[in-house]
Design a protein around this ligand. Structure first.
Ligand SMILES: [Zn+2]
Ligand SMILES: [Zn+2]
Length: 273
């Protein structure tokens, strides 16, 4: 749930330093949103469970959302099967884009050489609906440099929206509020405080949002719990606790994501890393 780059160390021990990776369990289905460095830790919990199947949904391809994939242990087990859903970007499809981060000299081996699991790559775009049994996943294009997809999951009356990386202040805000209408859980990019965003020097155009904008979306959508996500790597635990307290004055049901946080939503469960 950390943004931009991992931030481990004594000052981030409580919330954790790993970048985006969220596991969502819907009955027998296992969905994973983004594979930032948190995917390595998630992979450890899934190691040696042969026959693992999971649906991986990628928001976009900035490093902080991908860097854990080469270290996600279940990829190295031939008994496992994954479907990786991601948007086409720059005329390239998800499989090609992912292969591009595992090539020398950036990485010693290619995905083709070392991923033993069966991996099917699926294109996904705004307005697509992915049906996985009782689970329904929809995608929305977010306002972010180079684009990013937000996802909404509905399962047996419970709903979760994963919306990072996003910058507020565009007509897209209204679309997100509609997309998240009535969601039980809204996971939202709260990288900056309103003061940091406004500046000077300010962060307009950097592609990220604030807890204040997140609370406004939660209110407009009539959402349940707001999960502040994509924390600034420089934000230590004390500062995050203060930020969480401020946000709760605007939207009472707010929690700042931390490593291993597990929340239950109707029939669904999510775990943030
Ligand atoms: Zn990011
Ligand atoms: Zn990004």
């Amino acid at each position: 749930m950390r943004g931009s780059i991992p931030a481990p160390g004594p000052l981030t021990r409580r919330h954790g330093g790993n970048t985006s990776c969220v596991e969502l369990r819907c009955g027998e289905q296992r969905l994973i949103f983004d594979v930032g460095s948190g995917a390595r830790a998630l992979g450890e919990t899934l190691r040696d469970r042969g026959g693992l199947e999971a649906e991986i949904f990628l928001s976009h391809y900035h490093y902080d959302h991908l860097q854990g994939l080469p270290f996600f242990a279940p990829m190295f087990d031939a008994r496992n099967r994954f479907r990786v859903h991601g948007p086409a970007r720059g005329g390239r499809q998800v499989g090609t884009i992912l292969a591009g981060q595992m090539v020398p000299p950036y990485f010693p081996v290619t995905a083709e050489e070392v991923f033993l699991a069966q991996v099917d790559y699926r294109p996904v775009a705004e307005s697509d609906v992915v049906e996985l049994g009782d689970v329904r996943v929809r995608a929305l294009e977010l306002h972010h440099p180079g684009g990013a997809l937000g996802y909404r999951v509905d399962f047996r009356g419970g709903s979760v929206v994963y919306a990072t990386d996003i910058e507020h202040g565009s007509p897209a805000d209204g679309r997100l509020a509609g997309f998240a209408e009535g969601a039980d859980l809204l996971i939202y990019d709260a990288m900056y405080t309103p003061e940091e965003y406004e500046g000077p020097p300010g962060k307009a155009g950097w592609g990220h949002s604030t807890w204040e904008a997140g609370a406004a979306v939660a209110r407009a959508a009539g959402a349940g719990q707001l999960v502040l996500f994509h924390h600034d790597p420089a934000r230590d635990d004390l500062a995050l606790a203060a930020l969480e307290r401020r946000a709760r004055r605007h939207w009472a049901r707010t929690v700042a994501a931390r490593e291993g946080l597990t929340l239950s939503v109707g029939g669904a469960r999510r775990r943030a890393r």
